[in-house]
Design a protein around this ligand. Sequence first.
Ligand code: ZN
Length: 263
Amino acid sequence: MQRSGRIGLRGAAASTVAVRQAIHHVRLSTRRTRRKARLLVTCEHGGNHIPPKYAPLFKTGAGILASHRGYDDGALTLAVDLSQALAAPLHYSTVSRLLVDLNRSASHVELHSTFTAGLTDAHRAGILEHFYIPYRTEVEEKIDRWIKAGEQVVHVSCHSFTPFMHGRLRCVEIGFLFDAARPRELAICTQWRRALQRTCHGLRIRLNAPYNGASDGFTTTLRQRHGPEHYAGIEIEINQRLVHGKPKGWRRLRHALIEALAS
Ligand SMILES: [Zn+2]
């Protein structure tokens, strides 16, 4: 299994999603700025792979690895479709968040899980060096390059969440997470949501739910590097009830999300 990877414009395979045509820039303008933005797609929790070297730590963890705690089921499928349909580069990882969480700051208490609690600091530093730093650095450098070249960047980070939390059914199917202090992010999410609602009647599509986009995450780190005029970071969260439903319905939803973003 591939641990992590990227799909560039030239490397993208033919899309499985019918979209009128591949576009290199997405119309994600606000009333104030009519410029087109460069789209980057990422998926930090794309799989539950544990490299063989660390497998002994997870001897009793097969069930947890297979659950929402191990990875975001469906998120990578959505990320690949978005990337291919909109000809946007994709960066993703299939190493489980239980080894190291790529969507947490390096100083965050949840960067490592309890499975790695017994490791020495040196071993943990090795995990960061091999899996965390290369992923984060590649994405950061790509965005830096684009912004230096005068591009506006829209970064869509794909995630999914469990339908039940603390024994309660969550009352949201799709969430767009952003920083409410950044008007451009609000405008993109509002526009994306509105377009999606036209085709996905009955779906509960919420802004900044089930989480707040301004809390710790990769997009939050990237906002600290780049101002709102250059960078917009959006996390899309899909309820896994939709991922685990009928394949046709899940495929239609991905198509609708792409069409809504490109509209
Ligand atoms: Zn996630």
